[in-house]
Design a protein around this ligand. Sequence first.
Ligand SMILES: [Zn+2]
Length: 308
Amino acid sequence: MTQMQLENRHERLCPVCGSSPEAAKIYFEEHIDTSKLNEFSFASRKAPEYLCYQMVQCHRCDLVYVDRPPSQSALAEVYHAAEYDSSEEAADAARAYAGIVSGLAKKRPLKDALEIGTGTGVFLDVLKSFGCENVAGIEPSSAAIAAAPDYRRPWIREGIFRESDYAPESFDLICCFMTLEHVREPKEIASSVMNLLRPGGAFVTVTHDYRSPVNKLMGKRSPIIDIEHMQLFSQRSIGTLFDSTGYVDVTVRPFANRYALRYWTRLAPLSPRLKKMASSLLSTLGIDGLKLSVNVGNTAAIGFKPTR
Ligand SMILES: [Zn+2]
């Protein structure tokens, strides 16, 4: 089904600043092996495959983006069908994201909160623990929602995020973690979020930073090289997205993720054989479940809707 749709691609302008791709240089060459593409290719936190569409780097805002992406509907369909295989990692990630949001919860009550790309909704539990009365999540993968515990399922809407599904100015906080890379139109999402936030409400994102030393070092073996990624941000380009959409008091800073060693091994730029050896060694030593905080080159950004 989706193979043909994924190959139906059209040129686009920079999805953050609107510059023409002519004002951009090739950053990653296209590397697509259609025989390797499967439903797991669009799952979260899978083992890297190093497949990607051609990506160009915008001279104006520093974004690296797919200049000829598949259509919105083709992406919606592959994400809907994506398998789900990351519950432990999702819980670890949620704990790390909690650190970003806890500061906000101390400053003002977060009564209503929304998470875009919520997966099984693990982070919605975190939001509840911060005193959010009403939590909502949106998630395109039906497998992820099916894996959510019963009590969380009513909080999660299945589908692609659409502003029209929510009332204007109805949230105090909207989060979007490791998801802005995957959408066709990050600028549209940032604008929609602005409309859905109450004055003074916060938009919080975590994105990969393609300019971080670890991603530079790993080069073509970096997990950011991924067919799922429609764009990759640097600190400057995510800052530009927030500023140009009208967010105020924007802060952009490096963010450390905390995962078990066995997961870091899966992400490491090693051959499958070496990965297997490393995994069994860690497991023999009994330390494969050890949690480790590493700055793998991610960025946390926070911006606020202006108060009138
Ligand atoms: Zn740009």
